[in-house]
Ligand binder design. Sequence first.
Ligand SMILES: [Zn+2]
Length: 143
Amino acid sequence: MELIIEQIQFILLIIIFVGVLVILILKFGIGLYLKYGNADTDKCPKCKGTMIIAKSRLYVLPIRFDETHKQMPEYYFENAVPIENEEQIPTGNHSCYIHTLQCQSCAFKNVNVVDFLKVRDKEIIKDAQEYPYEVFQDFLEKI
Ligand SMILES: [Zn+2]
């Protein structure tokens, strides 16, 4: 009887371990996918050509930790402050990458906004949205 209980405990431990592993892989995988992979595998909605990241800009946002903001382009126009690299992100502040995606076949453009929180060198993706390029055009071209 005791042996069976020990075996069950052992199996449960393995299940928990595998579960945690899967969650970690998914979390990092999705994060990396959003940051680097998404654009390269995206298909153009017009011609199904390959969309690549033509330009990436990094911005810091004036909200911290678990605070949220309105998911609309105007929020970024009014609040996003351009920075050079991730070293310039104040601890606990949200930041975002605004990627300009461009189709390699027909030059169609799209904008991908990836909102993230950097905590001790780890990036936690808070949100990712796609918008038509025209919406962000003025904002992206003014700087
Ligand atoms: Zn295209």
